[in-house]
Design a binder for this molecule. Sequence first.
Ligand code: TXA
Ligand code: MG
Length: 352
Amino acid sequence: MDTKIVNLQLLDEKEQDAVYEEAAGVIRKGGLVAFPTETVYGLGANALDEQAAARIYAAKGRPSDNPLIAHISREEQLEEIAAYIPEAARILMKNYWPGPLTMIFRKKDVVPRGTTGGLDTVAVRMPDHPVAKRLIDAAGVPIAAPSANISGKPSPTTAQRTAEDMDGKIEMILDGGPCRIGIESTIVDMTEEVPVILRPGFITFEMLEELLGAVRKDKALDAKEGQNFRPKAPGQKYRHYAPKAPMTLVEGDVENAAAKIRELTEVSVREGKKVGIICTDETISCYEQGIVKSMGSRARLESVAHNLYEILREFDEAGVEVIYSEAFPSDELGFAVMNRLVKAAGHKEIQV
Ligand code: TXA
Ligand code: MG
């Protein structure tokens, strides 16, 4: 299949209108369109069409028990697909929609089980990105959209990375430039008495707690005990966000961690291996060997989140054979960053 890649930034308003019409037509006919959101690029299909959802699973190579998020552009659309909307959800909508927050509700019958991985709940998000919004508006249906990567690879944060994984498999890719946030949305299960965070993201535990009072974290997210629990978001159980090379996360005091990474790097280099180091602006000058990439300043975890997946993909491209990464305190946005790093490392962690 020929994939049409359109850079919207190069088009005038009239040309853009035509592109959105074409893309909306593809969605309505059961086809696939990748598009930018503020978090990562999504691979979109009509959320109410089981066969369209099946094509998403095929293009990604995704296990069919892993449900999709339905993306909406207007609050009324939530009433059409969610059977019950608790008061706490209305509070979160008011504060964080549109935005990087996904909520899980009991689903109505219009949402096929082929979209929800067989579950009777549906995950819903209203993205805060002009391209996503216009596409959903034009399509006139909720758009199911997982991250637009091949299953198991880091999520794409640019149209180029999306094309690497999806070119030839889908009808269209809308290029709206790089994603602002760079990691996927926070997922909160609103079907429980006390809302439960199933996947941490840019909207932090602390932010949710401040608004709602009581919030829990899914036990599977616990740094130490997590591996003993089955995550409630099926997607969280797979090795994920993973670079090709084996990765080790070095945790502890920043200086000691840097010293340990230097030591590990020296051993690997001596073994003739190509080493990638993931560090921060504060530590980059500590390293003399290997391919060294900073995710940004420790004082601005937003930039760390923004650069993380791109750096993992750059290491894939560079053919590094082993990766050592620094770690972060697991509060606020650090909770989401560490969740991705721990998974990228397949839980391979060293404490110093
Ligand atoms: O930021 C994002 O959320 C991006 C952009 C494109 O919007 N999308 C995204 O989708 O990350 P995906 O499919 O890569 O991740 C969705 C996660 C999976 O872990 C899945 O298991 C979980 O959401 N999920 C979806 N529906 C669920 C449900 N009904 N119950 C529990 N978990 C659910
Ligand atoms: Mg994903």
